[in-house]
Design a binder for this molecule. Structure first.
Ligand code: UDP
Length: 240
């Protein structure tokens, strides 16, 4: 049997991905589909850490544009990621995947606080770990959280699962029919061309720490497995 291409991965799920086609809140069918897909790679022996976004519930910048203080709005966004993380933990436990949530903002009644050594220990015991509440700091994103945690736990790759696109395009493919999909890119390309893969803080962190990124669609079941098996799907972004 072919072996997975990676031993330890960070899976970044945007909040939007959890909302499915509804676009807001949490779609339990999507949670179940993602949970099954994660179970598949855990069974291959891959250590999986997940970072979930919160955009399906709340985004700090959008909140601040409506007049809420930016820092407060960002903390609200971080709390939204905790809701998503708990929903995903529930979905994973329903398919018998042992899972721990660790939050960057302490809320001990709900989840463990983020402790790197403990997170790594969970991974070594084949427990899925979900990093919730972003970095714990306003003005950051969950993409940056994924890059930061990937560096900290020495993950080999970030798998960035999207629900609207199946890779990185030269323009938004839903608006521009001439938009071209890239097979591979460098982080410098992403920064120079201003491609909307991830924000510049997250891109720089990946570039400086040599963490490759695979952007792919989560809507086709089995894609997470394809990505960890090293199949060419979506777009790969690397340092050079
Ligand atoms: N957020 C934050 N600091 C972090 C991570 C997230 O302040 O380290 C807030 C920010 O307001 C952001 C919201 O949480 O808009 C939700 O995260 P994000 O936008 O990254 O979610 P996604 O786009 O992946 O759904």
């Amino acid at each position: 049997m072919p072996l997975p291409a990676y031993k330890r991965v960070v899976l970044k799920l945007s909040g939007e991905a959890l909302a499915g086609n509804v676009g807001y809140g949490i779609d339990s069918d999507v949670i179940n589909s993602i949970s099954r897909q994660i179970k598949e790679i855990v069974e291959l022996g891959v250590q999986v850490a997940i970072v979930v976004g919160g955009g399906n519930i709340w985004r700090g910048l959008a909140g601040s544009e409506k007049g809420i203080d930016r820092t407060t709005a960002d903390y609200m966004g971080m709390l939204a990621t905790v809701m998503n993380s708990l929903a995903l933990q529930d979905g994973l436990e329903k398919v018998n995947v042992p899972t721990r949530v660790q939050t960057s903002i302490e809320m001990r009644q709900v989840a463990e606080p983020y402790i790197r050594r403990k997170a790594v220990r969970h991974l070594e015991k084949n427990r899925v770990i979900i990093f919730a509440a972003g970095t714990g700091n306003p003005y950051f994103s969950t993409d940056t959280t994924a890059a930061l945690r990937a560096a900290e736990i020495e993950a080999e790759v970030i798998l960035m699962a999207k629900n609207k696109v199946d890779g990185v395009y030269s323009a938004d493919p839903s608006l521009d029919s001439n938009a071209e999909k890239f097979e591979s890119l460098t982080f410098l390309d992403v920064l120079n061309k201003g491609l909307g893969v991830m924000d510049s803080t997250a891109s720089s962190l990946c570039m400086d720490n040599h963490i490759p990124l695979i952007v792919f669609s989560i809507m086709a079941e089995g894609n997470i497995k394809r990505a960890v098996m090293g199949e060419k799907i979506g777009t790969i972004v690397k340092g050079d």
